[in-house]
Design a protein around this ligand. Structure first.
Ligand code: SAM
Length: 344
């Protein structure tokens, strides 16, 4: 346990670092808990209860937090949700974020289904990279996983973004028995397009979500099978590291294949993230429901930037090692909140 003096000196530090010395420079901002899809691994089994509109941060409130966090050493902001493109006024907000944080690496995570006709505008606002979630290249399987008949909209968002000069990473949750037979098709997508195709291990997020051990398709199996289908060479990273994804170049291909192994090979030691939920809570670890409330402070008459910063630093100082939580609690719903509420 950190001593009181050590903790208070960390709270005074000009940069954001946690009690394990991890520098936190990446803020993931969830702009809504609403989503037009009902992905089986993401939605709660019981009816999803949306957060009251009045409890969701206004864009101005997000901007206030971002402006305060930027000078503390943030270098990357990801706008996510729910489905960020489902929130009204998103383009204006993106524009404001770009202006509030000039030079910042600002990215978007979307299911792509609402993106049609917007890629050029997003690129014009300064968006350089987007993650598009696409769990299947087959319309029927897409429907089965997401509950929506919107495959073509999602698929064409990839081409639209590439044409607009936006870097694309495609993320598919790896689901045994559901999309594992599509590995050759996903490899072909990465071979023929200049994009990163990444499989995310299914994670037991949300006590009430449809976690199912039998659907778990580990990264090691994906790589073994992919290695039989294509010649893969590992991407070597320098001192800057590589975040949670491990990538492979596909021989003769334009794009790359990767895996994000949140369950079989955690990346807690290098975790540089802090999440801001749409109801204004700072969540230092994906796997822990311990959150630090900012909304009451933002809306209080006694609110001050100093107090907001204090909560920000406190949340960071207490950022846990998530893999310990995974080990302690087993795989069954490691936390109570679903991804759509946390902001994946
Ligand atoms: N609506 C946007 C989208 O679909 O990309 C952003 C929000 S979504 C919650 C962000 C990411 O979380 C998606 O790539 C989704 O597949 C992933 N995700 C959600 N639940 C997950 C789970 N239980 N295991 C692994 N990934 C999950």
């Amino acid at each position: 346990m950190e001593s009181r003096t050590a903790l208070s000196s960390r709270l005074d530090s000009p940069r954001l670092a946690d009690s394990f010395g991890r520098v936190v420079n990446y803020l993931r901002v969830s702009v809504t808990d609403r989503c037009n899809l009902r992905c089986m691994y993401c939605r709660p089994v019981q009816d999803f209860k949306a957060i009251e509109h009045s409890d969701i941060l206004s864009y101005e409130e997000y901007l206030r937090i971002i402006k305060l966090a930027v000078p503390l050493g943030l270098s990357k902001i990801r706008l996510t949700g729910g489905e960020p493109l489902a929130r009204r006024g998103f383009h204006r907000f993106l524009d404001e974020v770009m202006k509030a944080a000039p030079g910042m690496d600002v990215r978007l995570t979307t299911n792509g289904t609402l993106l049609a006709g917007q890629a050029k505008t997003l690129a014009g606002l300064g968006l350089k990279a987007v993650n598009i979630s696409l769990d299947s290249l087959d319309p029927e399987t897409f429907h089965r996983i997401t509950g929506a008949d919107l495959f073509h909209q999602a698929r064409s968002s990839i081409d639209e973004c590439l044409e607009a000069g936006i870097r694309v990473k495609v993320n598919a949750v790896a689901l045994k028995g559901l999309n594992d037979h599509e590995l050759p098709a996903f490899l072909e997508l990465a071979r023929t397009h200049p994009l990163d195709m990444r499989f995310i291990e299914f994670m037991p997020i949300g006590g009430d979500t449809l976690w199912d051990d039998t659907l778990y398709w580990p990264a090691s199996d994906i790589l073994e099978r992919a290695g039989q289908l294509a010649e893969l060479s590992p991407v070597v990273y320098g001192d800057e590291g590589h975040g949670p994804a491990r990538m492979w170049q596909i021989a003769g291909g334009q794009g790359r294949l990767g895996v994000i192994s949140g369950l079989s090979g955690h990346y807690c030691l290098t975790c540089n993230r802090l999440r801001l939920t749409c109801d204004g809570r700072l969540r230092p670890c994906l796997y822990s429901d311990t959150e630090y409330r900012l909304r009451p402070l933002l809306r209080s008459e006694k609110s001050s930037d100093g107090k907001v910063l204090e909560v920000l630093r406190r949340a960071l100082a207490r950022k846990p090692m998530g893999h310990k939580l995974l080990a302690e609690r087993g795989r069954r719903g490691v936390c109570a909140k679903s991804m759509t509420s946390i902001g994946g």
